[in-house]
Design a protein around this ligand. Structure first.
Ligand SMILES: O=C(CO)[C@@H](O)[C@H](O)[C@H](O)[C@H](O)COP(=O)(O)O
Ligand SMILES: [Zn+2]
Length: 201
């Protein structure tokens, strides 16, 4: 028997689309905060700051994806915009995880690389990953603007960060799909900023 026989992939697809539509309808409540965050990110970068991203698993991939949209290009020709994912340096991740603890893998990088005025985004579908909470706490201590891109009820991270964007759903993959949609909207808004689009480094 093949996997195709075991999984009714058409119904998985239908349920995913229907879940996604429900989430997208609810996302309208988040629009003001998405616009606010895009403005904060644009201003931060224009002033010489950077946007840092962190997340676990699929959200680690989202962190890299969104940093690359800013450093490289989303849609428009413009200068590179300062952004970094804290999920990519295997030597840092393994040494900090091994010598300190896994909980500290992002906090240590925030301590080393973060500067007051930078923006730190923690992406977590549960809002309860200990390493994201620790990273956000370090960011706050050092004067960064801290943001949670979250799911469920926002969890512990929502209580810790300056700005929480919570996708009101509990199914991890569906929340992740909404997160990347929000991330792409942020990139589009930031890139539409005339000063960032035209100012040279
Ligand atoms: O991509 C997926 C599930 O779709 C997984 O890799 C998922 O990201 C991992 O289980 C994460 O560790 C979940 O962490 P979080 O979103 O609760 O912070
Ligand atoms: Zn996933």
């Amino acid at each position: 028997m093949s996997t195709m026989d075991l999984i009714d992939f058409k119904s998985v697809f239908d349920r995913a689309v229907s879940n996604h539509l429900t989430i997208v309808e609810k996302l309208s409540e988040l629009y003001p905060n998405i616009e606010r965050l895009a403005h904060l990110m644009g201003t931060c970068i224009a002033r010489g700051g950077k946007v840092m991203w962190m997340g676990n698993g699929g959200s680690a991939a989202d962190s890299q994806h969104l940093a690359s949209e800013l450093v490289g290009r989303f849609r428009r020709e413009r200068r590179g915009l300062a952004s970094i994912a804290l999920t990519t340096d295997s030597s840092v991740l393994t040494s900090v995880g091994n010598d300190f603890s896994f909980e500290y893998i992002f906090a240590r990088q925030v301590e080393a690389l973060g500067r007051p005025g930078d923006i730190l985004v923690g992406i977590s579908t549960s809002g309860n990953s200990a390493n994201i909470s620790a990273g956000i706490q370090m960011g706050r201590k050092l004067g960064l603007t801290t943001v949670g891109l979250l799911g469920g009820n926002g969890g512990k991270v929502a209580e810790l960060c300056d700005l929480a964007l919570i996708v009101p759903a509990n199914d991890t993959p569906r929340v992740q799909e909404a997160h990347i949609l929000i991330g792409h909207i942020l990139c589009e808004l930031i890139e539409a900023d005339h000063d960032l689009a035209t100012t040279a480094n």
